[in-house]
Design a protein around this ligand. Structure first.
Ligand SMILES: [Fe+2]
Length: 260
């Protein structure tokens, strides 16, 4: 894909997102949240793509996927007033439908259209399905890492202002009590990627985010997670006790072992 194609998509995205700007403060706040998220995911994917020496075609393709990966979020928040897929619809599938209906990808080679749609479909599922060709697999991995990096950013920024400006859309409607499930801790010590299906509290959600370390694909992503202090910040937002301290030490060692 050419740079010019990406710039055109950027232009389309800009106007598309503005069509959701609203006088409704809840909608406006969350449209901006996802607009800024999408732009920062483009920046993250650029960093990873550079470190992996992707050629210009794949670099522009990766940035396009990043720009569009959450395109379904705007309609989702407007229609359902939640980002919870289980209480609305799968935002990745919704996004694919929006891109298809807009016909925005139709001038691209069909291989690139397929890669964009498949990478979007794979960005929010528990694991990437088997049997993908190398290029689709690469782009599915890139968007998953770049997205996770910025979700860490959004969450850790949010923990700092949550007391004064709570946002139920970020908390996914979970109860913000000090409890967390001990089973989730056990699973992290077994290097398991956790499902969000059975989580009950905000702290459980934080634990699933910590377990994302076991689902990262690129060294550059680990480097950025460490440089930006995401794990330390999530840990600091959890109750302070020996179990969580132990978890912190374990995760730091895990990151160090990958980055050595
Ligand atoms: Fe998403």
């Amino acid at each position: 894909m050419k740079e010019e194609d990406f710039l055109n998509f950027n232009e389309w995205f800009y106007h598309y997102v503005r069509s959701f700007y609203s006088d409704d403060a809840f909608i406006q706040q969350n449209v901006i949240l996802k607009e800024e998220h999408s732009i920062r995911v483009c920046d993250n994917v650029s960093l990873i793509a550079r470190s992996e020496n992707l050629d210009a075609e794949d670099y522009n393709l990766a940035r396009t996927i990043a720009l569009f990966h959450d395109i379904g979020r705007f309609e989702q928040i407007l229609k359902y007033r939640t980002f919870k897929d289980s209480e609305s619809e799968n935002h990745a599938l919704l996004g694919m439908e929006i891109l298809k209906a807009a016909g925005i990808l139709s001038d691209l080679p069909s291989e690139e259209q397929e890669i964009i749609l498949t990478a979007i479909m794979n960005h929010n599922i528990q694991r990437i399905p088997d049997g993908l060709d190398q290029r689709t697999l690469l782009h599915s991995r890139l968007i998953r890492d770049a997205d996770k990096l910025d979700i860490y950013q959004v969450l850790t920024d949010y923990y700092e202002i949550k007391k004064t400006s709570p946002n139920p859309a970020i908390d996914m409607g979970l109860s913000d009590i000090s409890e967390y499930s001990p089973d989730l801790i056990k699973d992290i010590f077994a290097n398991k990627v956790l499902s969000v299906k059975n989580i009950r509290t905000c702290n459980d959600m934080k634990l699933t985010r910590l377990a994302w370390l076991f689902d990262l694909n690129f060294i550059e992503t680990f480097r950025l997670v460490r440089e930006r202090g995401y794990i330390d910040k999530v840990i600091n937002s959890l109750p302070h006790n020996r179990e969580i301290d132990g978890l912190h030490t374990y995760l730091k060692k895990y990151m160090d072992s990958i980055l050595e």
